[in-house]
Design a protein around this ligand. Structure first.
Ligand code: HEC
Length: 108
């Protein structure tokens, strides 16, 4: 009995930690992957004006910080012109595949 309740507490704590780690709330990573190609890869490509974007180049936290400040690192209005919704999805995709993200990709 005692062990069971400890286990339950453990599960609740683990669930909380997982939810807590997802700082980008409700973005659609699947869509984000495509949007990244559409909205970002025009410049971020081999031989383009900026480096190819790799999700694993940053940590989850760094990606979230990047999306808060990205406007300033980008020429003119390029970043502002991408809709908030799209950026959230792209942010989610990069976050989910960040260097320190728990990898699900390898399972599927
Ligand atoms: C109009 C061209 C253009 C578009 C569109 C664009 N970028 Fe950039 N981006 C740049 C340039 C130029 C830089 C600065 C040079 C560099 O770091 O390669 C840059 C820099 C960056 C950096 C490096 C900055 C850092 O501190 O790590 C990241 C990451 C990035 N962009 C992500 C994105 C994402 C994500 C999108 C799409 C939502 C995007 N960019 C769309 C041109 C663009």
């Amino acid at each position: 009995m005692h062990i069971k309740s400890l286990l339950l507490i453990g599960i609740i704590l683990a669930a909380f930690t997982v939810t807590n780690a997802v700082a980008v709330d409700g973005g659609n990573a699947g869509k984000g992957k495509h949007l990244l190609k559409r909205s970002c890869a025009g410049c971020h490509k081999r031989g383009g004006e900026a480096e190819v974007i790799k999700a694993e180049e940053k940590t989850m936290r760094q990606w979230d910080r990047f999306f808060r400040k990205a406007k300033r690192k980008h020429p003119g209005n390029t970043f502002k012109e991408i809709s908030k919704r799209d950026k959230k999805d792209i942010n989610q995709y990069l976050f989910d595949n960040a260097v320190d993200a728990p990898s699900e990709e390898t399972c599927g």
